[in-house]
Design a protein around this ligand. Sequence first.
Ligand SMILES: [Zn+2]
Ligand SMILES: [Zn+2]
Length: 255
Amino acid sequence: MKRSNSIKFIADMHTHTVASTHAYSTVTENAKWASEHGIKYLGMTDHGVKMQDAPDTWHFENLKILPEYLYDVRIIKGIEANIIGTDGSIDIPVGAENIYYSILEWVNVSFHVQTFTPSVKTVHTEAYLNVLKNPYVDVICHSESPKFDYDFDEVIKACGESGRLIEVNVCRLERAQVSCDRYKKILECCMKYGTRIIVNSDAHFYTHIGQFGPAEKLLGEIGFPEELIINTSEDRFLGYLKERGKRTGKEKDNV
Ligand SMILES: [Zn+2]
Ligand SMILES: [Zn+2]
């Protein structure tokens, strides 16, 4: 099935709040905008603690006090963890794993130059393959960076086989042509292996949430099948949550 032109996104699972100081909106501002723009599921995924201006561990440990819904938008408490070792380690503090993983509902993982010195393709490939062994990891984010080149076939196949997702990051698509070119190759590889994707804004200000125009354009150009995009259908998105043993919401408070 080819994508239809009336594609509609219902989730944005990579957004930041003022808890990361290079982001400028509160979770309340993010949720309000999301509710006004058709986004029903909002991932609150601030940077893991190794990033220079990331929140303290307290931020993650206390996420449970937030309501499940704000403006009728399901707030999914998550993290954008940094990949910090070739062995697949991420910056969930040693000794605090149980606390983190009992609270976090969504785990994005990314390479950032601030927390992993770019190396050679084999090293990045090994790190990605190892990070996929962590059962809590959901999404490999902004992997199009040429600084962190990797074996697309090997990682994307493993990602699909383990039921995780590859992200199309709109912020990166807007930033550079090289990102568009590399995402095209990544998406073609996802089609080859049937690996599912998620489109996210990586918003650092609320008006970017759910604004997926550049991704829609790219997906349309290559005829990417909509059934592999998990956030264009509530059924598909909820199906992923269930498949991964996550709560879907509507169980309790609604603010
Ligand atoms: Zn990032
Ligand atoms: Zn981010």
